[in-house]
Design a protein around this ligand. Structure first.
Ligand code: GDP
Ligand code: IMO
Ligand code: MG
Length: 429
């Protein structure tokens, strides 16, 4: 296997990143998150047992693996500790396996309040955030006023900084949004608990990664969200507030970009999106409902129904471009098993023009009409299939066409939620 591998979502999130990261962790020593926060929901299914991770990297179930939160991640101490405790209760030695950048930004209750008030004020134009305070936390980071993990180590100073920040945010909350102010004491209590539980886990992540790389250890970087939710390259403003694309790996972890070997774009065999924003191939009627039902398309974090649509090769071309994808990992093929006809969007039509990649203007994207080609379904179960040869011919043809049209080869195909339900087309040992 390559020494370093990036695994990220190439659509609008929930592509099945958790499953793929867990699967490939077998061969590595480190799994690193570099962006996002507990807005993510990554599902692992092992021998029928389901587990959803939000902040903790999807490698946590493997012995001998270090799971790292880089400084590009925004961390809610409360959410992190809750998640750690759930895993510890299951007997997973989280304290041995987890390490956290001391430079990571904190998500605190005023971020959640601001997130909710902003969404409410937007009305029908709301982004449909996860309501976890992610956007406001990144705003504080960029505005150079954020509290960070290392601030937990000196609680007197923490309290001083908190007072200044609360002064500012409570003014916005009470005066602009007419919302209640956020109290200081519960935050100080949370900080104290966080110091007790997390101080021993804080490290210098860039130093660790450089040393591990020198020692020939293998590293997986785990993306959250998806390329089309990237703050710079996604369907702005209907995006998350971090760089979800491959460029975010280096900035969000402090690992040198020259040492990144392979980049895997996890991609559903169709498309989904949660929250607002344009979605050219969305299927609002019967077929969309069928995919949602069979694919159990409900958010792993918020439980919201996901919007479903046909595979969008136009969007994928952009994603391949942005991420310099080496491979596709196609997931949820089995969800299409019962369909008679399956469509692939190959181009958009908009303003009398044909588009091979999506327009950068989100409003224009909202006006794009998909151009489809139609493929016959296979109408038999692919669930749990583990070899390419065992796939129905029409499923093979469909997958070959996806790879051809996106111009990225397929490394693996997922045919069920379980770790074992996977076809490996290339060796990753
Ligand atoms: P992530 O956020 O990218 O990790 O993806 P999520 O966990 O939010 O959503 C993916 C969902 O699809 C989860 O419920 C997975 O258990 C499930 N899943 C992953 N791969 C497959 C697959 O190949 N087939 C089916 N039917 N479900 C899958
Ligand atoms: P994983 O890692 C799907 C979406 C939200 C909303 C937008 C902004 O499980 O793929 P935010 O709370 O981040 O400010 O919301 O981004 N979103 C996701 N959609 N999967 C996710 O994570 C998401 N994380 C955020 O629905 O549209
Ligand atoms: Mg998810």
């Amino acid at each position: 296997m390559a020494k370093t591998m990036v695994i990220l979502g190439s659509q609008w999130g929930d592509e099945g990143k958790g499953k793929i990261v867990d699967l490939l962790t077998e061969h590595v020593q480190l799994v690193v998150r570099f962006q996002g926060g507990h807005n993510a929901g990554h599902t692992l299914v092992i021998d029928g047992m389901r587990m959803v991770l939000h902040l903790i990297p999807s490698g946590i179930l493997h012995a001998g693996v270090k799971c790292i939160l880089g400084q590009g991640v925004v961390i809610s101490p409360r959410a992190l500790i809750e998640e750690m405790d759930l895993l510890i209760a299951k007997g997973i030695p989280v304290m041995d396996r987890l390490r956290i950048s001391s430079a990571a930004t904190l998500v605190l209750p005023y971020h959640v309040a601001l997130d909710k008030m902003r969404e409410q004020a937007q009305g029908s134009k709301a982004v449909g955030t996860t309501g976890r305070g992610i956007g406001p936390a990144y705003e504080d980071k960029i505005a150079r006023r954020a509290l960070r993990m290392m601030d937990l180590l000196n609680l007197d100073k923490f309290a001083e900084k908190l007072d200044e920040i609360l002064d500012y945010h409570n003014f916005v909350l009470t005066q602009y949004y007419q919302a209640p102010a956020i109290a200081r004491e519960p935050i100080l209590q949370e900080a104290e608990m966080a110091r007790e539980r997390l101080a021993g886990l804080m490290i210098d992540v860039p130093a660790l990664l450089a040393k591990s790389y020198q020692n020939n250890e293998k590293i997986v970087f785990e993306g959250a969200q998806g390329a089309l939710l990237d703050i710079d390259h996604g369907t702005y403003p209907y995006v998350t507030s971090s760089n979800t694309t491959a460029g975010g790996v280096a900035t969000g972890s402090g690992f040198g970009p020259r040492f990144l070997d392979e980049i895997i774009g996890v991609t559903k065999a169709y498309c989904t999106r949660v929250g607002g924003g344009p979605f050219p191939t969305e299927l609002k009627e019967e077929i969309g409902q069928h995919i949602a039902k069979v694919g159990q398309e409900f958010g792993a974090t918020t439980g919201r129904p996901r919007r479903c649509g046909w595979f969008d090769a136009v969007a994928l071309r952009r994603s391949a471009q942005l991420n310099s994808l080496s491979w596709l990992a196609i997931t949820k093929l089995d969800v299409l098993d019962e369909l008679k006809e399956i469509k692939i969007c190959t181009q958009y039509q908009c303003q009398g023009k044909t588009w091979d990649v999506p327009p950068l203007d989100t409003e224009l994207l909202g006006q794009c009409e998909p151009v489809y080609e139609s493929w016959p379904g296979w109408e038999e179960s692919t669930r749990g299939i583990k070899t390419w040869e065992a796939l129905p011919l029409n499923a093979q043809k469909y997958l070959k066409r996806l790879a051809e049209i996106v111009e990225v080869p397929i490394a693996m195909v997922s045919t069920g939620a379980d770790r074992k339900e996977t076809i490996m087309l290339t060796k990753f040992e």
